[in-house]
Design a protein around this ligand. Structure first.
Ligand code: DAT
Ligand code: MG
Length: 147
């Protein structure tokens, strides 16, 4: 079963949106297999966003993601990586479709409330980076056979 890394960014935590975002993912049929509320270190932030190291917004991105607690999660389900990306909406919330997380809950590209892995390679890398050493739970919900 496909797994993806999802993070509610500091703006989402500060605005009390953890429940809203988790609710959406659960209702879609995805299964939560790991989660933690945590303060991100500069080192972890830089590793997580290493593909953006040379971008002009890298410094801002790292200070933002370390500015308060984030809620880091692993979600599992058929096509989970692409499904979560669709549910998140476009990177710039002003272009994100209504009904998506960013399209419903955010306005600025710098504070777009949620991160989701963009490929199987980044999902594997990010799950190892954020939850390395911890084994995501293996469990079945009785409703899973209806999804
Ligand atoms: P996504 O989060 O949709 O995967 P990304 O990986 O291209 O988007 O960029 C990572 C984050 O960096 C993004 O969520 C917000 C920030 N970001 C991206 N482009 C930006 C820009 N042009 N100006 C400011 N922040 C930007
Ligand atoms: Mg990305």
């Amino acid at each position: 079963m496909e797994q993806t890394f999802v993070m509610i960014k500091p703006d989402g935590v500060q605005r009390g949106l953890i429940g809203d975002i988790v609710y959406r993912l659960e209702r879609r049929g995805l299964r939560l297999v790991a989660a933690k509320l945590m303060q991100v270190s500069r080192q972890l932030a830089e590793k997580h966003y290493e593909e953006h190291r040379d971008k002009p917004f890298f410094g801002e991105l790292v200070s933002f993601i370390t500015s308060g607690p984030v809620f880091a999660m692993v979600w599992e389900g058929q096509g989970a990586i692409a499904v979560v990306r669709q549910m998140m909406g476009k990177t710039n919330p002003q272009e994100a479709a209504p009904g998506t997380i960013r399209g419903d809950l955010a306005l600025s590209i710098g504070m777009n409330v949620v991160h989701g892995s963009d490929s199987p390679e980044s999902a594997a890398r990010e799950i190892a980076l954020w939850f390395g050493g911890e084994t995501p739970l293996k469990y079945e919900r009785s409703m899973d056979r209806w999804i």
